[in-house]
Design a protein around this ligand. Structure first.
Ligand code: NAD
Length: 372
């Protein structure tokens, strides 16, 4: 395993290996890019097959965070952490406090949050050792569950995508199939039903489907019949990689727009296939940026109204990305990447004039050591 080569492949700034024999902590923090601010990204806990798999994952995920923050207009860089271990059996206070102490040692270059395999309680343990953690519960002064903000952003993103495809953003009368009746999916169905959409909802958990059917008047369907239905919009809000060789030929929707991360099984191949099939794909990391917007707001002293307003601006962002895709006849995922890279280039290229460091404001300013 050649760490330097792996780092230079995606242009990573820093990779930190953490080891603590007393607590059994084995973790990797990857800081991809801090051009825009401190690297923020969650901590994933997973029983990786080996060290190489953990490194590969953290490098891939941290780069994704750079693009997500850059596209969303946030003053944050991209980072991610992985803890090697089984999240069901290997968690304890000492492990997460040890992890927190290492994060403190990075002096704000990396800020963590929850991710797959970690939860609010774990982050509260981390917080006992460092202030560089976000996504804390409301009771402890944090922002709590980010899904209402994510769902609003996805709803606005769907409206923008419908506008791009059909010329008007009115959703009344449109048929939308939401896959995943979890946190984001349920809130999203609420928004869609309020605007008079016909909504199909599916989940592997029948109870969740029933709840959404009862709460919002959606139509429950089984996961296997989803792609047989006539629909205008397919909204993946469950797992990644649902847009693939098998599903694209069956797809009746004109639009794919949902909250799930990494929706395209193979970005290049499936992005191109969708373009050729005339299906408009809302780039996942742009439309689901509400969660990141929410934790970024927590760093500034949380105000949900402000976070919701910022999430609404995903509408304009999507339209901008679609115009780049249209003008260049490129897949929308590629347009999103170009948009993010352009911001990194422009902000990274600002002339380096002397700035007095006497007037820092906000928690993010303090953390990043930047004048904002
Ligand atoms: P969640 O765990 O609350 O909900 C996911 C739902 O998907 C669950 O109800 C689960 O049973 C269901 N599911 C799993 N496999 C399925 C399948 N094959 N078919 C149908 N349903 C299936 O998660 P969430 O917080 O609502 O997030 C949904 C997605 O959005 C995830 O991919 C997540 O990474 C992404 N996302 C979430 C946020 C957020 O703020 N929560 C932010 C950005 C991205």
């Amino acid at each position: 395993m050649d760490v330097f080569n792996s780092m230079s492949l995606r242009d990573h700034e820093q990779v930190v290996y953490l080891s603590d024999n007393r607590t059994g902590l084995r973790a990797i923090i990857a800081i991809h890019n801090t051009t825009l601010g401190p690297a923020l990204g969650g901590t994933r806990m997973w029983a990786y097959e080996d060290e190489a798999a953990a490194l590969k994952d953290v490098l891939r995920l941290s780069r994704g965070m750079t693009y997500k923050a850059a596209a969303a207009g946030l003053n944050l860089g991209g980072g991610k952490a992985v803890i090697i271990g089984n999240p069901k059996t290997d968690k304890n206070e000492a492990l997460f406090r040890s992890f927190g102490r290492f994060i403190e040692g990075l002096a704000g270059r990396y800020i963590t949050a929850e991710d797959v395999g970690t939860e609010t309680r774990d982050m509260e343990w981390v917080r006992a050792e460092t202030k560089y953690v976000t996504g804390i519960s409301k009771q402890l002064g944090g922002s709590g569950d980010p899904s209402p903000v994510t769902a609003l952003g996805v709803y606005m993103g769907i409206k923008a995508t419908v506008k791009e495809m059909f010329g008007t953003d009115v959703l009344t009368g449109k048929t939308i199939a939401v896959q995943g009746a979890g946190h984001v999916g349920s809130y999203l169905v609420g928004h869609l039903r309020k605007e008079g959409c016909k909504v199909y909802i599916t989940d592997i958990d029948d109870e969740r489907v029933t709840r959404v059917v009862n709460d919002y008047g959606a139509i429950g369907v089984s996961p296997s019949e989803l792609f047989d239905l006539d629909m205008d919009v397919y909204s993946p809000c469950a797992l990644g990689a649902t847009v693939n060789d098998e599903t694209i030929p069956k797809m009746k929707a004109k639009i794919i727009a949902g909250a799930a991360n990494n929706q395209l099984a193979d970005e290049k191949k499936h992005g191109q296939m969708l373009l050729e099939k005339g299906i408009l794909y809302a780039p996942d990391y742009v439309i689901n940026a509400g969660g990141l917007i929410n934790v970024a707001n927590e760093l500034e002293g949380y105000n949900q109204e402000k976070a919701l307003t910022q999430a609404r601006s995903i509408y304009d962002l999507m339209l901008k990305i679609y115009s780049i895709a249209r003008e260049n006849n490129i897949p929308t995922y590629e347009a999103a990447n170009l948009f993010a890279e352009k911001r990194l280039e422009l902000i990274g290229g600002i002339k380096s004039v002397y700035v007095s460091k006497s007037e820092f404001s906000g928690r993010l300013g303090e953390m990043s050591g930047r004048h904002r």
